[in-house]
Ligand binder design. Sequence first.
Ligand code: FAD
Length: 465
Amino acid sequence: VPTLAWRDRYDVVVVGAGALGLASAYHLIAQHPELSVLVVDARSGPGEGSMGASSGMVRDVFSSRDNRILAGSTIRFYRHLMEEREELRAPVPLLDLHGYLWLLPESRAEAYAALLGRGEGAVDATLVDLDDLRSCPGLEVAPPRWFEGDSVEPPEPIVRGLFGRHCGAVAPEMLAAYYCEEARRRGVEFRFDACVRRLSFEGRGELLLHEPSKRPFSFQREMKGRLRISRVHFGDGRSVGADRVIVAAGAWSEKILHPLGMATACSPRPELLFATAGPAVEALLDWRPPVRPVDAEGGRSRMPFLILPTGAVLKPVFRERRVWIEFVDTVASPIGTREDPARDGRLDFDPGRLGDREAFATDVLPAVAPYFPAFDTPALRLQSSWGGYYSFSPDGLPVLVEESYGVIFVGGDSGSGIMKADALGRLVAARFDGKPVAELYSGASYRVDRLSLENRSVEPERIIL
Ligand SMILES: Cc1cc2nc3c(=O)[nH]c(=O)nc-3n(C[C@H](O)[C@H](O)[C@H](O)COP(=O)(O)OP(=O)(O)OC[C@H]3O[C@@H](n4cnc5c(N)ncnc54)[C@H](O)[C@@H]3O)c2cc1C
């Protein structure tokens, strides 16, 4: 079997140079400079999977304490990087904490207000009165109907807002470049345009394999240290040896893990974004809401990330004078990825092709227009659309598992992996070392197997955007 250009074998191969693979490689090499680590990705650069298709937002407002710890620490770490490095502050900042604003109906107002409780684990957020919300240009707080001509009950009126302060935008491409460069500087090797087709036990001399299938005879699982993963095979027929493999291949992870009999418990679903412009968008971008964000522009607040009662979200992109609208359709939308690297030997992921323009009229506008009627006029321009995947875990918390034969899986981002990536990278490094607890950047200690499937012990998440 032809091997890759540089080494025949690595101590660790990381599959996937997305948010989770990059943070894992970075923390692994920071802990273990002596290891040979190779990161491979099917795309031609770092962060070009769902990370590159994302809306690039961060928040610490979650209903689950676990998510608050993981995201809170990660946001603090990103902030620290900005303070340390000039190029992460200007011309474009890595983080811009202009805030999240939930527009809440009565049915949800109480549960969200409870997040503000005092004491450990409370979020830094404030309630916003209905009168203050009325300053939002174009907002209809009590829509009379879903759309013209329908006679069903109208959408729920908005009764108040919740403004999250340690929330805002992150630049995914800057983050990917940072982790990639820093890992490389410490000796991690990267190989792009390299699609992993399968992982195998082949080539480990002492291991007995069933010849036609190349699967190991299972009694060897009982022989301590004998059953170990051994090779990573690429779509072009090449392969490389590995003592351990970290699979951080996002929504496509199960395509290489399921054939090994390894479960992820995750369900990938497409998530689409639509970039809009026009007068209604301009008015929102010029709004100076009565809130106090961490990052103000010349001392003035700007449009926050808006979350409507229907689940539709509006992201301001100030430099482009656009608003991106995101909507997750989990009703009658098939679970799974269209692409299958194990079958095809390549990853034909095309965010533009995934972005279904027609869904804007059928799925997105009905969720936005009742609250922002001016979005349903010809003056609103749909400029582009694209998509990626959310990989949902059953409870909205990430998944981190290890098989005794040396394969670690980290994933289950549930749509919020970038904002938890640093904490997860530290957890992967601790898992690699067999440490029960990881020390996060915030100083919090977090038990690694809380995120496992066997000993899972997490507070389920209810605020999934
Ligand atoms: C529309 C949208 C909006 C989002 N908004 C946010 C947000 O605001 N904030 C947030 O935190 N998160 C957001 N997310 C989620 C975020 O993108 C993910 O949590 C994050 O990308 C997960 O990182 P990952 O490393 O697990 O996966 P990915 O970023 O997808 O990285 C996986 C990598 O593995 C590679 N790969 C896959 N299979 C193979 C293979 N067989 N061989 C080699 N390489 C392979 C891929 O090319 C890819 O680069 C959003 C996602 C979408 C789609």
